[in-house]
Design a protein around this ligand. Structure first.
Ligand code: NAD
Length: 749
């Protein structure tokens, strides 16, 4: 097992986190594949066999907490929990504990108590005496009822006897059967034994057996996790180490004095314990019942942890609690999610799992107390919330922290605020200065290809639609040099300092300025885009057209659309190698078209009765159009006849698709999109990620879905009559960015 210290895990995509677990040996490739598929880990048919009256499978986030070091072994803790900050808190705490040597966890044998209650005895002491004398016989009888348990090194180990006076004054005798249930939680094992002993117990003590069931106060199965944190690792910029340490000790004293506080204190511990219990298919109600009964065992409800100061000033924490868990039995065999959780935890016995659970509980307690005695817990919650809003808004890495901080500071933790902050910020977090002088604005459409990509390069028809007002450029003259900023694409370039990287957006600006005869002049160019870059949506052509138009207006050049289109086509040549011409066409004219570079009538407008119910989603993975086109070219050259047939078929789909689109015959159009996706797969431009997105869209109600653009990453387009919201939501929830067809979001469902 490799190192569980994983830094920056929260910054990775879900897929990359899974990849990291595989790389480090915490997850098998098969388990990773099941997670990557995105389907529910528990199939409905299995759920229907696990409980009664099932109507579905309920979802909860399945996360991981890295950094755990327990008894010198590295662990990544699987956690199923819906509350924000828990996983972040425990991961950070585990890192601090790790730096001080990690946790030492110990435990008793995994003994579960079974109770047999006897009533109707005339003399309770005599009944206890008789049972005591017969205990060897009763233990053998219990073990004969679970022979396999003995073979595994477990079995009934002993008995205890109690007598209580009931409220009506009668006596009841209680026999405790102590059973080592090894790697099973043991409820059914112990219940079977208790029920099997009942008749013989009645004979021995001349009473009547009533209840025969395990006790969840599993105090014969105690686990202890302990760790010492070096004083030096407790401080922060705002709080001294001593302040934090003494605050934690004081908070625990408070919990030991006041049950109102103790309940919340212990709830924090259970945040970690339960999350791991659920992730590994364990019965968390049993664990909860045992924990709280144990916490009140001395008569008052108290903290399950203790925190004390060592003679050298370090802080030592200790959690002792009953933990009767299993790595076999229960729902574990049938629940694939629990099997995955167990595999990630990497435990080989129930005892090892219980020790890891106690360490998780102690780390969680530390995280909560440290936050409470310093900045309070709302700050952590708010920053986590802001991070997820920033991620959902697609804020690029280089702006991420500034945008998160800006949202928290403003109090508006909202997507619109994230977008507003991103579009007005430079990489150093400073808002762009307003443009001075007479700035001119140019606008252009991006495009979505419904049918025909790649075949278009071979002069077949392609059917494409504009994504309205996708890119806006604002240009003002300045004294010298070029300053280019495109916040949504993370581009902030300044020619005047001669430090700009070659390539990308700057060479397009160079070409445009050369063609327009502007090389000697200085401009400030601000571009804003609502389509991501490199995602197959014609962002580069839209960028070129918007910039050309802004120059045109600023300098009164009076170019025709045809001239703008031609210049944008040249820019596309720089960006993509062999452009089909469709991107610049749509960017310039903003009309749905059936386009063919080879036909005499290049573009046939497709007039629409409505904006079609399309959902466009970006995978976030950049596809290299040049590379994809070149790959198809080389396969075409190796197998010309086959590829020619495929291109012919795709071209025909585009022509028929245009008719279906005009007539709003979505059922037909959807099936053509599905067939086209088959062809795109055949020419090897689809990817597992795109296939997954298509699967999500189809499952949420899309009648047709395919990749759009060059593939190899990029985006998908799905046709969703009546299901635009559902499909957008499903793809959005899976972490993909949704791009609206209309700038104002006004799109029929
Ligand atoms: P179980 O009924 O599936 O029994 C465990 C099985 O695993 C036994 O047949 C045992 O022989 C076998 N086994 C294989 N390898 C083993 C190993 N190495 N060590 C031990 N046993 C091994 O499971 P269980 O643990 O007896 O019962 C747990 C379930 O009981 C949980 O689902 C729980 O929700 C439920 N339950 C709980 C309560 C309660 O807590 N009050 C009451 C009733 C039921």
């Amino acid at each position: 097992m490799s190192n569980s210290r994983i830094s920056g895990l929260y910054r990775l995509s879900v897929n990359d986190r899974i990849g990291e677990l595989v790389k480090r040996g915490f997850l098998s490739r098969d388990a990773a594949k099941a997670l990557l598929d995105g389907a529910p880990l528990l199939p409905l048919s299995t759920a229907d066999r696990m409980a009664e009256n099932v109507i579905g499978v309920f979802g909860l986030p399945f996360g991981i907490a890295p950094n755990f070091l327990v008894n010198d072994k590295d662990y990544v803790v699987p956690m199923v929990v819906e509350e924000p900050s828990i996983i972040a808190g425990v991961s950070g705490a585990a890192r601090i504990f790790r730096d001080s040597g990690g946790f030492v966890a110990t435990s008793t044998d995994p003994i579960l108590i079974g109770q047999i209650q006897i009533v109707g005895v005339r003399d309770p002491d005599k009944a206890v005496q008789s049972l005591f004398s017969a205990q060897d016989e009763l233990i053998s009888l219990a073990n004969s009822l679970q022979p396999n348990l003995g073979k595994r090194g477990g079995g009934a180990r002993g008995m205890e006897f109690y007598k209580y006076r009931l409220p009506d004054g009668d006596w009841t005798v209680v026999l405790h059967l102590l059973v080592d249930t090894r790697d099973a939680m043991g409820a059914n094992i112990v219940n079977t034994m208790c029920e099997g002993l009942a008749a013989r117990v009645e004979e021995i003590c001349s009473g009547n057996v009533v209840l025969r069931i395990l006790s969840n106060l599993a105090d014969k199965s105690l686990v202890k996790a302990k760790a010492t944190i070096a004083l030096a690792s407790l401080g922060s910029d705002e709080h001294s180490a001593e302040f934090v340490r003494d605050g934690i000790v004081l908070a625990t004293d408070f919990a030991n004095t006041d049950p109102y506080r103790a309940a919340t204190h212990n709830k924090g511990i259970m945040n970690g314990v339960d999350a791991l219990a659920i992730a590994t298919g364990n019965d968390w109600r049993a664990i909860e019942a045992g924990a709280h009964a144990f916490a009140v065992k001395e008569g008052a409800y108290r903290s399950l942890t203790s925190w004390s100061v060592e003679s050298n000033g370090d802080l030592t924490g200790e959690l002792t609690m009953p933990l009767k868990v299993g790595i076999v039995g229960g729902s574990l065999a049938s629940n694939p999610g629990a099997r995955t959780g167990l595999a990630i935890a990497g435990v080989s016995s129930a005892t090892e799992l219980a020790r890891l659970m106690a360490a998780t509980g102690l780390a969680q307690n530390f995280a909560a107390l440290r936050a409470l005695v310093t900045h309070g817990i709302q700050k952590g919650h708010m920053s986590l919330h802001a991070r997820s809003v920033a991620a959902a808004a697609g804020i690029p890495d280089e702006q991420f922290d500034n945008v998160v901080a800006g949202m928290i500071e403003s109090g508006d933790v909202k997507t619109w605020k994230a977008e507003e902050l991103a579009s007005s910020a430079t990489p150093d977090g400073m808002p762009d200065e307003p443009l001075t002088g007479n700035a001119a604005i140019g606008e252009a459409c991006a495009k979505v290809i419904l049918l025909g990509e790649h075949a278009a390069v071979y002069d077949r028809h392609v059917l494409a639609l504009p994504i309205a007002a996708a890119v806006t450029a604002q240009i003002a003259e300045r004294e010298s040099g070029i300053r280019l900023s495109i916040p949504q694409w993370g581009i902030h370039d300044d020619w005047s300092d001669r430090n700009r990287k070659p390539g990308g957006a700057s060479i397009i600006i160079d070409l445009i300025m050369l063609q327009l005869g502007l090389t000697k002049r200085g401009f400030d160019i601000r571009v804003s885009s609502r389509v991501p870059m490199g995602m197959g949506l014609g962002s580069s052509a839209a960028f070129a057209v918007a910039v050309i138009r802004a120059f045109d207006k600023l300098l009164g050049l009076n170019q025709t659309d045809l001239e703008i289109d031609r210049l944008a086509f040249r820019c596309e040549g720089l960006a993509h190698g062999t452009p089909s011409g469709i991107d610049n066409n749509i960017a310039t004219f903003g009309e749905p078209v059936l386009y063919s570079r080879g036909s005499s009538e290049r573009t046939i407008p497709v007039s629409l009765v409505e904006i079609p119910p399309l959902v466009i989603a970006s995978s976030g993975i950049k596809g290299d159009t040049k590379e994809m086109v070149a790959g198809v070219r080389s396969r075409y050259e190796q197998n010309e006849a086959l590829y020619t047939t495929i291109f012919d078929e795709i071209g025909e789909l585009s022509v028929a698709g245009a008719t279906a689109l005009r007539e709003a015959d979505y059922a037909y159009l959807g099936s053509m999109m599905n067939v086209c996706q088959g062809f795109l797969n055949a020419i090897e431009v689809s990817t597992p990620e795109l296939e997954k997105m298509i699967h999500i869209a189809r499952s949420a109600g899309a009648i047709g879905a395919k990749l759009t653009g060059a593939g190899g990453g990029g985006s998908i387009v799905a046709l969703c009559p009546g299901k635009v919201n559902e499909v957008s939501e499903a793809l959005g929830l899976a972490g993909y960015e949704i791009i609206r067809m209309a700038a104002d979001g006004d799109q029929r469902d």
